[in-house]
Every structure is written in C-alpha cells, then in structure tokens.
Design a binder for this molecule. Structure first.
Ligand SMILES: Cc1ncc(COP(=O)(O)O)c(C=O)c1O
Length: 388
C-alpha cells in the first residue's frame, strides 16, 4: 500500500526541529517562516512541551471521556484565563474542521435554522459542513452540499445586512484574519456590525480563529482587535503546537446536555498535556507580546521594499502581495536560501507564519534571505518580465 497521493510534495524530508528551525535528512537547516502550516506556536520541540508530553505518556495516554479528567478541567481554566473568556465552555476535538462541524451543529441546535453565511475566499476545512461553507468548488463534493450556504463579499456591510436581516440565517462564520484566502483582515466596524445584526436576528456569530487565534496576531484572538465577543470560537492549529488538538469556545448562552456533542479522542490525557504545555509556555514566555513586536519589526523593515505591493495581516500572520506569482520565488527561498514560507489561494501572496517565539535576530535572518532571494529572482526573471 502507498499513501493516497493528495499532497503535492516538496523534495525535502524533515527529520527534526528546534525552535524556529527544522533540519532535513541531509542535515540542512531551514528557517521555518511557515510554522509548519501555521501550527507551530511555541517553537518546534520546545523542551517544556516535550517534557510534559513524555511525563504524561509515562502515566497514561488515553482513557475514555466517560471518566473524570482533571487535565481537561485545567486546560479549560487556563485557556479561559489567557484568552479573556473565563465564562465560556470548552469542547475539545482533534482538528480545525471538526471544530467547525461542532460549532455549526451547536448553532443549528440553538436556533433550528440551516442556512449559513460565510465569506468569499474563506476556508474552514474539508469535512462535510466545513467544506460546504468554504469558497472552493473544487474540493466540495455533491454530498457536502446538504444545506444552503451564501458566500458574502468581504467587509461588505450592505450585503451582510441585506442577508442577515431576512431573519433565517443560522450562523455567520468568519475568520479572524483570512489565512488561506490571502491574509485579509476584517475591518473592526465590519465585525461590530455583524455582532449587532446577529444579536438582532437570532443568528449565531462563529469566529473561526483556527489559523488567526492562539496569539498569532499579537492578541489571543484576532477578533479582539474589534472588541466584540462571538457566540462560538473555533481553535486548532497552534493549540497543540503540532499535537492534534482542536476546540470550540462556547458562550454561556448555550446550555450543555449529555450527548449533545461527543468525541472518542477529543481531550484525551495526552492531548490535554500538550495543550496545557502550549498555554503555559505562551503565558510564561510572553509570546503574545513577542508576536506583536516581531510583527512590527517585520512590518517596519518589509514596508521599505517597493516590490511589496501590499503588506497585510498582523503580528506573526502576514501576507506579502508581490507584483508576480510567488510560486517560483517561494521555491527559490526554500531551495537556495533555506527558508520556508507559505502560499495562499491568491497567486501573488506570500504567506508568512513564523512561530510566535521567533527572535529579533531570526527576523533579521529572514529579511536578509528575503532580500537576497529578491535580487536573485529579479536577475533570473529580468526586470521587464516581472514588471515591478
Ligand atoms: C481558518 C481555518 N479554518 C479551518 C481549517 C481546517 O483545519 P484542519 O485542517 O485542522 O481541519 C483551517 C486549516 O487550514 C483554517 O485555516
């Protein structure tokens, strides 16, 4: 048997990681400005993270959710404190898409409706309901189209008001910052109006913070820049720093009942130990503040490049809009300069997602590589072809 061939692969075989770096099987070192797909929050193989998981493994990795688990209580308590949502509930699963599935289920249980509004360019996962509210026909199968989804234009108050005021929308799902769609930030007023409309028309506001949450933008959640509180918040990626953990933060308006939601693996002892290590390190090492400062450092330096058409995002979640498709540039950055970055659904956007623990000197190392790569790329493609 072979792995089902669904991923286009780089010719690189990563063997180990430490902090902001990973090493391939030939011992070559790479600076990880992709955070292993926006997943690495506290740095690769953080010693405290490893120690907590190993100690837990020596005790027990898993027991069913039918017994008490004080690690789960502790994780909910610590996330509540750190995120500023101490009165919300936490439901644990294993991935981002599962978080979206459960959030939509909760919304529909609450108001009995089925129509969901989401946004153009948005991405929410590949499972049954999550893919139906994702703006990508190519990855949506017929079986996924079981309920009506309306894709609203980004930051468009008029379109959102027109739709939600009909009074039949179950939920509005919006990313804190659009990630795969090219790092687009919602204007604070837009989120504030969505909050008001949802209150007025009995619609559930779901903030998808799977990529933009867990400190990536410099606040625990990106929507906190707009001073709003969603009804449901989905999290995953950085939550486990590579260990598969996902969650839904649930406002006190929702009443739990036994059997309402459930998962075999969600919130196991081992997953909670990983999740606890992450929140403890974020708090102890001041990683929210670090993400903000390193973001400022990147912004102040990169804005000096006339080649960058637009700088989008916040903190350690950045989109660089280049005047050319970034495919070749990104490949050169990895192969010649040993730096990982990401792509997006927008061909000209380079996606930058370093660990929140990135240091000032590692940012400088990135800028030096970016600079050298840009010169090489320009020479290779000659100025006219690239049309700066
Ligand atoms: C904003 C957002 N939502 C949901 C998902 C789906 O998460 P997962 O791949 O863990 O299912 C992703 C994954 O990239 C994402 O970026």
């Amino acid at each position: 048997m072979k792995p089902f061939d669904v991923y286009p692969l780089l010719d690189i075989n990563i063997q180990h990681g430490a902090g902001s770096y990973v090493w391939d099987k030939n011992g070559r070192r790479y600076l990880d400005f992709y955070g292993g797909h926006a997943v690495i929050s506290i740095g690769h193989s953080h010693p405290y993270f490893l120690e907590r998981i190993k100690k837990q493994l020596d005790k027990i990795a898993f027991y069913s959710n039918s017994v008490e688990n004080e690690l789960r209580e502790e994780l909910a308590e610590k996330i509540g404190q750190l995120s500023g949502y101490p009165d919300y509930g936490l439901f644990l699963i294993n991935s981002g898409a599962e978080a979206i599935e459960n959030a939509l289920k909760l919304a529909s249980f609450k108001n009995g409706r089925t129509k969901v509004a989401s946004f153009q360019r948005g991405f929410h996962g590949r499972t049954a309901a999550a893919v139906n509210i994702t703006d990508n026909e190519k990855i949506t199968a017929q079986i996924n189209k079981g309920f009506e989804n309306v894709l609203l234009p980004w930051n468009d108050l008029v379109a959102a008001t027109e739709l939600i005021s009909k009074g039949d929308v179950c939920a509005v799902v919006i990313e804190g910052v659009q990630g795969i769609g090219g790092m687009h930030v919602p204007i604070p007023e837009f989120l504030q109006v969505l909050r008001k409309l949802c209150d007025q028309y009995g619609t559930i506001l779901i903030l998808d913070e799977i990529q933009s949450g867990y400190g990536r933008t410099g606040k625990f959640f990106a929507h906190q820049y707009a001073n709003i509180k969603p009804d449901l918040i989905t999290v995953a990626k950085g939550m486990g720093n590579g260990f598969p953990v996902g969650g839904v933060l649930i406002s006190p308006e929702f009443e739990a009942r036994h059997g309402l939601l459930g998962s075999t693996f969600g919130g196991t002892h081992l997953a909670c130990a990983a999740g606890l290590a992450v929140v403890e390190v974020i708090a102890k090492e001041g990683l929210l503040e670090n993400a903000k400062q390193r973001g400022e450092q990147l912004k102040n330096t990169l804005l000096k490049y006339p080649e960058i058409v637009e700088y989008r995002g916040m903190g350690c979640m950045i989109g660089l809009e280049m005047p050319f498709p970034i495919k070749g540039f990104r490949k050169l950055l990895i192969e010649k300069f040993g730096v990982f970055t990401g792509a997006s659904s927008q061909a000209n956007t380079l996606r930058i997602l370093p660990p929140l623990s990135i240091s000032a000197s590692e940012v400088e190392e990135f800028i030096a590589a970016f600079d050298a790569c840009l010169s090489t790329f320009k020479k290779q493609n000659n100025h006219e072809a690239v049309s700066f």
